[in-house]
Write a protein that binds this ligand. Structure first.
Ligand code: GDP
Ligand code: CA
Length: 306
């Protein structure tokens, strides 16, 4: 069973982990968002790829939902003491990954290649592909002006209302090597319960990826990131209300028009009217049982669709 899952950070990595724990992990390909990538202190940070690497290898700080378990902050304290850039929280263990990645990129090693190297070193079994090796950056239109993703998300704590999103560089970016092939040979394509606008949106915006999904001949299933109309974490509900006109399963479905055949939703949303086929389960994945339940719902719905 070859599965490709499109994933952002927290929601993305939770479903990816559930799938990796349910099927043969070497048959899983995870396509990660790079629209959140940011240069901090001269280092290339890929927050969503790292959340996936950390989550699937038991390295994530589960309480925070980002960064490394058992982290220390010596380097950042030193940076702050010197008046350096310290608004973006980079711990010591995390910094090691950014150092290795940045050094590789500076030698012109592609992001996909250094990501694969880090994954191997961590004992990470699925394939993890950035959506593209090229530079794509998410920008948010807000009443305070257009903001780069991390300035809006971290520095301003996503308090600004989002009126629109733009993915700089996506039109000219090519999918990472092997990505289109993995979509073509997949038995199932899954869209994780990630933020549709700022986590899945920048993946679909890379030239060729949306078209490949539209042309698929195998089932495609998304998992809703909302439970009872609320996000488990982050701004997805607010963005869906503002940009999609509501916070129900129909609005999630509308984000993936022509791209999915079914939507996995939570029991709390089972009564909502939805034009697409829905699969109802408990969709919170804060433990191994939850991850497996949702992964199995995705896999079973795909079997029923085939
Ligand atoms: P980020 O890059 O870390 O912001 O991550 P994502 O975009 O991948 O994930 C954020 C979304 O994941 C939010 O909209 C959450 O509601 C959703 N999410 C997080 N954990 C879960 C979960 O256990 N179940 C479901 N259904 N959604 C989740
Ligand atoms: Ca993210």
């Amino acid at each position: 069973m070859r599965v490709v899952v499109l994933a952002g950070g927290l929601g993305g990595s939770r479903l990816a982990r559930g799938l990796a724990e349910t099927i043969d992990p070497t048959e899983l390909t995870i396509v990660g968002n790079v629209g959140d990538d940011v240069e901090i202190l001269g280092l290339h940070v890929s927050p969503d790829l790292d959340t996936i690497l950390y989550t699937l290898t038991g390295r994530l700080d589960e309480t925070k939902g980002w960064g490394r378990a058992g982290e220390s902050w010596n380097a950042l304290e030193s940076v702050a003491e010197l008046g350096g850039e310290s608004w973006f929280r980079l711990g010591d263990l995390d910094l090691g990954v950014h150092l290795v990645r940045t050094e590789a990129l500076r030698r012109d090693e592609p992001l996909s290649a250094v990501t694969a190297r880090i994954a191997r070193a961590f004992g990470f079994e699925p394939a993890l592909l950035p959506a593209t090796d090229e530079r794509v950056r998410t920008w948010l239109a807000t009443p305070a002006g257009e903001l780069p993703f991390q300035e809006w998300f971290v520095a301003r704590r996503h308090r600004d209302e989002v009126e629109g999103v733009r993915f700089e560089g996506a039109d000219d970016a090519r999918p990472a090597p092997g990505l289109l092939e993995s979509l073509e040979t997949a038995d199932l394509i899954a869209i994780a319960p990630s933020n549709p606008f700022v986590s899945i949106g920048p993946i679909l915006a890379v030239a060729g990826i949306r078209e490949a999904l539209e042309a698929r001949s195998v089932p495609a299933v998304a998992v809703s990131p909302l439970i009872a109309g609320k996000a488990v974490r982050g701004p997805a509900a607010r963005m869906l209300a503002r940009l999609g006109g509501g916070t129900g399963p129909q609005q999630v479905t509308d984000c993936y028009k022509d791209l999915i055949d079914a939507l996995v939703i939570d029991e709390a949303d089972a009564d909502e009217e939805t034009a697409i086929r829905t699969i109802v389960t408990r969709t919170l994945m804060d433990d191994a049982d939850g991850r497996r339940r949702v992964a199995e719902a995705v896999l079973e719905s795909a079997a029923a669709l085939r």
